[in-house]
Design a binder for this molecule. Structure first.
Ligand code: FAD
Length: 316
């Protein structure tokens, strides 16, 4: 079932989760163990991230270096199918521009369609580890909006080989990313919002936000979106703090701010267990307030602490 249908049919705020595919070499059982305690909350859908290949340099016996391509977390599409099979829950594979030609993208969408997956979260992806700025694959897309247009075309039955006749229309429900604290490359908030509106005007059904720790930023973002005519549901993305290291890691990786009250409380903690308690209370406070405000879905980034998240949801 489509994410947008879940939202339209819901009487209350829904729950959803994001998970990562296992690291290459690890089995799928650890992912099931991660998800098992979360399934008690009947998530409406589960997102599975996409991780592009990286180039690494391996030293050879003669002292020279060989450039090799490594993909640390392959398998997004098949993990989606496996989760759907095991838990009978809808899944949302993330689909990125980086590393994909338009033909690769079409093949991926055809595979998802055969698997009965109705949803995609369409993203640009970040620059590859060895690049300073995002470089599209030759013959690939520059921006999420271009990838989105390809999905919309397939939903209209238009394939890259235009001469194909009597084609099946796919029916993907399309989500896109939004940034309450601005995407780090957008020159300013207004231009960032215009780019988001472009994605919605091109056919996005809903927006999922980058994580934030200050609900006021989410509410201001929703208002800004509504003011420029974005009417689709805006799903808040939430993550707990559970280590002191996150105080520097999260702002650096995701270009977000942590509220002073939260960082002060974390800094006062003596152990990581104390940090978890602070993170739990903060996430609970955020979740309760957002639910009260009537958000469509509470979407949790579960990497790291599924049990902590389960412990929060049971108390919302
Ligand atoms: P875009 O919407 O293309 O925007 C990228 C930048 O380009 C923005 O600064 C925007 O303002 C600008 N821009 C957009 N359109 C134009 C235009 N027409 N002209 C000029 N500038 C433009 N990354 C992964 O690799 N895998 C994942 O699974 C993944 N999951 C994510 C899930 C969520 C909910 C979020 C919020 C992010 C996720 N990311 C993931 C990270 C994401 O790929 C990066 O944040 C990336 O830098 C931007 O992606 P986007 O889809 O927002 O890009």
């Amino acid at each position: 079932m489509k994410v947008i249908d879940h939202i339209n049919q819901a009487k209350n705020t829904l729950i959803s989760f994001e998970v990562l595919p296992p690291l290459k070499g690890k089995g799928i059982d650890a992912l099931y163990k991660h998800l098992d305690p979360l399934m008690a909350f009947n998530p409406s859908f589960i997102n599975v991230t996409y991780h592009r290949s990286e180039h690494v340099f391996k030293k050879k016996t003669d002292g020279s270096f060989e450039k090799i391509v490594v993909r640390k977390r392959p398998g997004t599409e098949s993990i989606c199918a496996a989760i759907m099979n095991k838990y009978n829950v809808d899944t949302v594979p993330h689909l990125i521009c980086g590393g994909f030609s338009v033909n690769d993208t079409e093949d991926a969408l055809i595979n998802l369609n055969y698997l009965g997956i109705d949803n995609v979260l369409v993203l640009r992806g970040d620059a590859a580890k060895n690049e300073s700025v995002f470089e599209p694959e030759p013959g690939g897309h520059n921006y999420a909006v271009d990838l989105l247009r390809q999905v919309v075309s397939l939903n209209d039955g238009i394939y890259l080989e235009e001469e194909l006749r009597d084609t099946q229309k796919t029916k993907f429900c399309i989500g896109v990313a939004g940034y309450p604290e601005k995407h780090f490359e957008a020159p300013n908030k207004e231009i960032g919002l215009q780019h988001l509106k472009q994605k919605v005007d091109a056919g996005a059904d809903y927006i999922i936000t980058q994580m934030f720790f200050d609900n006021a930023k989410y509410h201001a973002f929703v208002k800004d979106c509504r003011d420029i005519g974005i009417t689709v549901p805006i799903i808040p993305g939430l993550k707990p703090i559970y280590t002191k290291k996150q105080l520097t890691h999260l702002p650096k990786t995701f270009n977000i701010d942590l509220p002073t009250d939260l960082s002060n409380e974390v800094l006062r903690c003596k152990t990581d267990l104390d940090v978890e308690k602070v993170g739990r209370e903060w996430l609970l406070m955020q979740s309760r307030e957002l639910k009260k405000a009537g958000v469509p879905v509470l979407h949790y980034y579960t990497l790291g602490r599924p049990l902590l998240i389960a412990d929060v949801i049971k108390d919302i």
